[in-house]
Design a protein around this ligand. Structure first.
Ligand code: SAH
Length: 248
């Protein structure tokens, strides 16, 4: 799949495409990318890309002309186009999965107060927020989306690693341990050294449920639980002597 990113600071994104698993995915052809500098489409003497907002108020707004030329140059209207914005739909694993099936996504990164609304109206399919906080730039938000999406593209990461991850089953992932067996007096749980795969699987499921109950109980209220999962959850609740908190 291809990521086409429009930005005033494409160098922020370049390092990501040049490193680690992404670099390998680019080299083996699973991922393609194109970084477009919006400033290359500003044709006045100062290459101006922003201007004061109509109606007054603080800050500057990214101007229509360079943005529109940049978006036309990548044929954004024929592709899945996203604008990174704190007022967009909140990004999650489900959206990442859907985007990973696209052949190409075009991502527009904002700066300052954001972009002129007419650019969104004319060129953008979906506004995406990465969470309820305000960043100074769309580039860091775009990197979050690109990272979550490209690793789901076939050939980038093994299917088994993806299956057991947080959110894939509606639960958070169980804890991991590697060598040494004892670190600062803390020992790896015996069960992981037992070689008993069925018991290890059950222990991991229990840890996943415990962690989800503690850190993200909201996920449990949406999850359809198997009988085994329900049983484990009840065991945890009675072991802790806790109120069920409406989670049954
Ligand atoms: N004035 C805007 C904030 C602009 S922040 C407002 O109050 O809504 C500048 C740029 O950073 C935005 O154009 C957007 O591209 C990016 N950005 C900031 N927070 C973001 C978030 N939570 N998710 C995605 N992009 C974000």
């Amino acid at each position: 799949m291809k990521f086409t990113v429009l930005s005033l600071f494409p160098e922020i994104l370049q390092g990501f495409f040049d490193s680690s698993i992404m670099a390998r995915a680019v080299n083996n052809g699973s991922v393609e990318y194109e970084l477009v500098n919006i400033r290359d489409f500003a044709f006045d003497k100062h290459k101006t890309c922003d201007d004061a907002p109509y109606g007054g108020g603080a800050g500057m707004v990214m101007k229509t002309e360079p943005l529109s030329l940049a978006l036309e140059s990548v044929k954004a209207k024929d592709k899945k186009s996203l604008y990174m914005s704190p007022s967009g739909n909140v990004f999650d694993q489900k959206i990442a999965g859907e985007l990973s099936k696209e052949e190409e996504i075009v991502i527009l990164c904002g700066r300052y107060e954001g972009v002129d609304q007419r650019i969104i109206d004319a060129y953008i399919d979906t506004e995406i927020s990465i969470g309820d906080y305000v960043l100074s730039s769309g580039e860091t938000a775009a990197l979050v989306v690109i990272d979550a999406v490209y690793r789901l593209v076939e050939g980038v990461i093994s299917k088994e690693s993806l299956e057991e991850e947080s959110f894939s089953s509606g639960l958070l992932e169980y804890p991991h341990y590697t060598r040494p067996e004892v670190f600062k007096g803390m020992k790896v749980p015996d069960i992981l050294l037992s070689g008993h795969h069925a018991n290890i699987k059950k222990w991991r499921l229990k840890k996943s449920i415990e962690k989800t109950m503690s850190n993200r109980p909201d996920l449990l209220s949406e999850k359809i639980m198997s009988d085994e999962e329900k049983q484990i959850m009840h065991e945890i609740i009675s072991a802790n002597g806790e109120e069920s908190d409406g989670l049954n």
